[in-house]
Write a protein that binds this ligand. Structure first.
Ligand code: ADP
Ligand code: MG
Length: 386
């Protein structure tokens, strides 16, 4: 957790004024991977790691921002947007400000200082936590109330236009809208969502970071998107009404999959089945059947590894360690793949042993260290009061 008093004090000594504090969490996706850009379903939860933006309004139209974790400061003018895609953290900050402005939110200038406990690049979406905390801070100190879905869309637009990452809506959405004790089932087409109670009294959500990031991630991501689009084009020959893989049922895919060339066939098989698994997992959660959720997670991982081919050796090692551990109910890679983290459901009374087993066996198999994080499903973005 971020020390709010220390942040207030840092802000005071840097800018000579009092700040209001706004937080937004990172997230982990329980199931529903590579479905968001196929208009499908995802089931993420907010984790108890967060980014906090301290903010105070200014009389002019400038935004001054200090990235405390990096020891860097930058500035921009709301009326004279800088160049997008400079390849720095400022792209996220100015991006969300300009995206909100483009949506008719009349922002005023502000001084900002941000700090985070979400590790960047671990697949826990530090970028969404940054966008949503800053977006909420800028809007609120400008006396503007922005609907949460709008805030999430502005964060996504910042990634698309300012960062150049063609991400789905999941990360920003859950960071803005999550609620404590729940996962969030999101329909990425309609943006309809429902809160699904996630009872962690006997089962812990454990995130294990491989601490590797393979270069392939972004080029392969774009390749997968193109392969899915190709699948839709071909399937439209026999299913003229479909607009995305979301519209194809498991039965329809089984009937027509021979029309698809490889690897498009396997890519489509993953997405169509993953959507069904995600809805099944939400239903199982509602019944408190965590073992069933775990089985669905295991299947999701196999599908991501074999059909979608976005896993990597280190992720597979972590999932296999969990698979051999009696108290683990399910495990899968989470996030885009090619490194990043796994998400595991582990019996609460076996968590300490799980942590030790993962640490030693992962190190033995790969020579690397895994980071293990146990998280409760937390609240989405909000102001830190008092
Ligand atoms: P992630 O999976 O963590 O979202 P991304 O590559 O999408 O990985 O986003 C990480 C980037 O977000 C960092 O390189 C940095 O530019 C920005 N970022 C995240 N957290 C912070 C922070 N606390 N301060 C400054 N920039 C940050
Ligand atoms: Mg990100």
């Amino acid at each position: 957790m971020i020390d709010a008093d220390a942040l207030r004090e840092t802000f005071r000594s840097r800018y000579g004024r009092e700040a209001r504090l706004f937080r937004a969490p990172g997230r982990v996706n329980l199931i529903g991977e590579h479905t968001d850009y196929n208009d499908g379903f995802v089931l993420p939860m907010a984790i108890d790691r967060e980014t906090v933006a301290a903010a105070a309004p200014r009389a002019d139209r400038r935004v001054r921002v200090c990235a405390l974790d990096l020891g860097e400061e930058a500035e921009f003018d709301l009326d004279r947007p800088g160049a997008p895609r400079r390849g720095r953290w400022l792209d996220y900050v100015e991006g969300v400000a300009q995206s909100l402005a483009g949506r008719g939110v009349r922002l005023g200038g502000a001084d900002l200082a941000v700090t985070s406990s979400v590790p960047p690049g671990s697949g826990l979406s530090s970028s969404a936590a940054l966008e949503i905390s800053v977006g909420l801070a800028l809007a609120t100190v400008s006396d503007k109330e922005v609907p949460r879905v709008e805030l999430a869309l502005a964060g996504q637009e910042a990634e698309h236009v300012w960062v150049g990452a063609m991400v789905g809506i999941m990360d920003q959405f859950v960071s803005a809208l999550a609620e404590r004790g729940h996962a969030l089932l999101i329909d990425c087409r309609s943006l309809a969502y429902s809160l699904v109670p996630l009872d962690t009294s006997e089962t812990a959500v454990v995130v294990c970071d491989t601490n590797v990031r393979h270069e392939l991630a972004s080029s392969e991501y774009n390749a997968r998107r193109a392969e899915c689009e190709r699948g839709v084009e071909i399937l439209r020959g026999v299913l003229p009404k479909i607009a995305a893989l979301r519209d194809v049922s498991v039965g329809e895919l089984e009937r027509y999959e021979t029309l698809l060339p490889e690897p498009v066939r396997r890519r489509c098989r993953h997405v169509v089945n993953e959507n069904e698994r995600t809805l099944a997992a939400a239903a199982a959660l509602r019944r408190r059947d965590l073992w069933e959720v775990g089985r669905l997670m295991d299947r999701s991982h196999r599908s991501l590894r074999d059909d979608y081919e976005v896993s990597c050796h280190e992720l597979d090692v972590l999932v296999e360690i969990a698979g051999n551990f009696g108290g683990a109910m399910g495990a899968r890679m989470t996030g885009g793949g090619f490194g990043g983290s796994t998400v595991n459901l582990v019996r609460r009374d076996a968590v300490d042993e799980f942590r030790e087993t993962v640490s030693s066996e992962y190190n033995r198999a790969t020579g690397r260290r895994a980071s293990v994080l146990v998280s409760e499903p937390g609240d989405g973005a909000g102001e830190i009061l008092d």
